[in-house]
Design a protein around this ligand. Structure first.
Ligand code: ARG
Ligand code: GLU
Length: 704
């Protein structure tokens, strides 16, 4: 049997403009609409109800008046910005009871995709075989800039990007209309919106009410405009009708959103580095930090608040990488890819692809040496908070010219921001643990001389940091506040600043090296990608591989709009366990525990449960549904994406994956990869019963 690297059942993040190539398969799996209903440039289609939110999440329109639904964790920064001790919207939630109470958010944007098209000939105009990769890069940049200039129109809010697909075998133009007056409409308390916290993150069974509501405002002609009290709610071309009929195992589901990045077609050496080296090392380094965070956070309420966002950031990838490495091991992805590469090499004899596998393998191994050091730098030196603070002060407050004064206004702002969430004992303990790990896991000849000298002089990381602490200004708020305009010397001749400078000087040549190798790798991968497709077609023609051949390929995610489809389905994470695909409010009540921060729900939710005051938001068993899982292929960036049923109506909001399936960014396994969504009925229940914001429900359109 010949191994093929091709989409497995339910795998794939498809380009909406090419969805006609998949529509038969979608329909065979239950979808009841047509390709034009998904993406059309001639008529309103579902794409017009989906937006990129804050350039990193997805969101969807759910009313004719610009009401927008996304995740709580996507709106988190905005909710936090509006919060203070008097109005703690993170803790208590926020509900605008009228349009005038909706809160503007400077800097927040949402983008509609107007159209996308293949522009490969335009972008490669003037390309010649004899060009080097860096000449090609320059050509692509010039041609792209020219094209972008012709379609961008600031006045109309039109922005555009050109994105490489399949490592630059193809180029697509994406034209967006970007809106800038986006107001916060509602958010549940974090005890609902972040229920389960880090404990449940990336896990099933899940009960997180991960949603928040915003509204798009436009000028009187419905065009994008900066915030103004004169602006009016945006009238969308299309918005989602909401299905309250409920979901069943096996139901067709379709996710429409903006996944950020995947690497489905890389060489076995790349996969080996990620799963056997990079992920385990990064996880181990973060475990050290998280243990220290947890110890101090458990001991003090104040520290817990200070480090909650920091911990969420550290813990999120930490957990994902564990799932990713474990999943790749379980799937034997490295072995499967090796086998495929051997077959490919055999087939490639005498073609332009001969020798390619070996070449990519060599480049990967060459890159790995430098990448390992960069990974260590980021997870150790760059995690020393005081040093990052010193770097920021240098970047933003100290002018380049030596005769200019230190910018004290900015210094005050950065100092306040930094110390608001800083706890020195954590930073010190992390430094010690991380530098010890650095010492142990970096070869002697790769270590910076600065590091070796310091460790030798002090004898231990602990003695080293104690020494730094005696003279640095960067951990002492009062000393920072006492800095005057002419104190640049104090800020620059500081041991913490020195740490930052020396460690950065050490890593820069490695970054340069990685960039150089990346260019060669990019070129080789471009050929390999084409080769993989040709090989698939050759196999299909001989009746040996999957009949679809290269039609089963989809471009890696790159934060452009994609369609993923599958169905609602449970899974068996290990022997003897089977997970059902949906969860209910009863499960929240089971987990509820006032003693455990992550599981302490609002009293009002307990009361609603006790009186079974559920309104019309129940499933067949009379419980309020909360989350469900399905087989859609999603990634980071798909947070907030609409989950759509066979009739094109909204049934949920995507917000996570199960951690046993996070290797889907590299290798999708239909048995373990599940995306996690919030059931829209739980959203409606919270709006209706907990927030009593029925005026929002009146804007929406419901279908059975
Ligand atoms: N795992 C989800 C994602 O990757 C949710 C992250 C936010 N939630 C959290 N508990 N940190 O973005
Ligand atoms: N929570 C992720 C996000 O913010 C989505 C989860 C995933 O990586 O699939 O995009």
């Amino acid at each position: 049997m010949i191994t093929a690297i091709q989409a497995k059942a339910d795998e794939g993040m498809w380009l909406p403009s090419l969805i006609s190539q998949r529509i038969e398969d979608m329909q065979a799996k239950g979808f009841r609409l047509d390709a034009e209903d998904i993406y059309s440039i001639n008529q309103a289609s579902l794409k017009d109800a989906v937006v990129m939110f804050a350039r990193g999440c997805s969101a969807e329109l759910i009313s004719p008046e610009g009401l927008l639904l996304t995740n709580h964790h996507c709106g988190y920064a905005q909710i936090q910005k509006h919060s203070s001790v008097e109005h703690d919207y993170l803790k208590d939630g926020f509900w605008a009871m009228s349009r005038s109470e909706e809160l503007p958010n400077e800097g927040l944007t949402v983008s509609f995709l107007e159209r996308m098209e293949d522009v490969t000939p335009v972008i490669l105009k003037g390309y010649e075989e004899s060009m080097s990769e860096s000449e090609r890069v320059n050509l692509v940049r010039r041609n792209s800039d020219e094209l972008l200039k012709s379609v961008t129109d600031e006045e109309k809010g039109l922005r555009a990007t050109v994105e490489a697909l399949y490592y630059g075998n193809q180029y697509f133009l994406f034209v967006y209309r970007e809106y800038k007056d986006i107001r916060l409409v509602g958010a549940p308390p974090s005890s609902i919106g972040k229920f389960g916290g880090e404990t449940d993150n990336w896990m099933w069974p899940r009960h997180t009410g991960d949603f928040s509501l915003f509204r798009i405002y436009a000028d009187k002609d419905n065009n994008p405009a900066e915030y103004s009290p004169e602006n009016v709610p945006f009238k969308p071309k299309k918005y989602f009708k909401i299905s309250t009929a409920g979901v069943q195992e096996g139901d067709f589901t379709f996710i429409y959103g903006f996944p950020g990045s995947t690497q489905e077609y890389i060489h076995s050496e790349g996969v080996r580095y990620i799963s056997e080296i990079s992920d385990p090392h990064k996880v181990a380094l973060r475990s050290l930090r998280l243990d220290i965070f947890n110890k101090h956070m458990a001991a003090s309420q104040d520290v817990r608040i200070k480090y909650s966002t920091k911990k969420a950031r550290v813990a999120n990838a930490w957990k994902k990488w564990q799932g990713e490495a474990g999943g790749i091991r379980k799937m034997k992805t490295v072995e499967t890819k090796k086998k495929f590469e051997a077959d490919f090499t055999e087939w490639a004899k005498g073609t332009e692809y001969e020798g390619l596998i070996e070449k990519i393998g060599d480049l990967c191994r060459e890159m790995e040496i430098h990448q390992y050091l960069i990974d260590y730098y980021i997870e150790t030196a760059r995690s020393f908070e005081a040093a990052s603070f010193a770097a920021n002060i240098g970047r933003y407050c100290i002018p380049n010219r030596k005769d200019e004064p230190v910018d004290l206004t900015k210094l005050k702002k950065h100092t306040d921001e930094f110390f608001k969430d800083y706890y020195l004992p954590i930073d010190k303990e992390c430094f010690i643990a991380l530098m010890e790990a650095f010492d142990k896991n970096i070869d002697i000849e790769d270590k910076p001389d600065y590091f070796k000298a310091k460790m030798a002089a002090h004898g231990s990381a602990e003695a080293w940091i104690e020494d730094m602490m005696r003279s640095t200004v960067y951990v002492d708020r009062e000393r920072m506040n006492a800095i005057g305009e002419s104190d640049r010397e104090i800020l620059e001749n500081d041991p913490v600043k020195e740490f930052y400078v020396k460690m950065t000087e050490w890593i820069i040549p490695h970054s340069v090296k990685v960039q150089q190798i990346s260019q060669d790798l990019q070129l080789a991968y471009r050929d390999y990608m084409r080769g993989q497709m040709e090989y698939a077609d050759a196999l299909a023609a001989e009746g040996k591989g999957p009949a679809e051949g290269s039609k089963a390929f989809y471009p890696d995610a790159n934060l452009t709009l994609r369609v993923a489809y599958g169905n609602i389905k449970g899974y068996s994470p290990s022997d003897g366990i089977y997970y059902r695909p949906s969860s209910t409010l009863a499960g929240i009540i089971e987990k509820d525990n006032p003693e455990i921060f992550d599981y302490n729900i609002p009293q009002s939710l307990r009361d609603l449960y006790a009186t079974r005051d559920f309104g019309r938001w129940t499933d067949a068993s009379g419980e309020v549904p909360v989350c469900f899982i399905a087989t859609n292929h999603t990634s980071g960036g798909n947070s907030g994406s609409p989950v759509i049923n066979a009739d094109g109506n909204l049934i949920g909001i995507n917000f996570d994956r199960v951690w046993e399936g996070t290797m889907s960014d590299i290798d999708f396994d239909p048995d373990f990869c599940r995306n996690i969504s919030l059931d829209v009925r739980y959203v409606l229940f919270i709006i209706d019963k907990l927030a009593n914001a029925d005026h929002l429900l009146e804007e929406m359109t419901f279908v059975e």
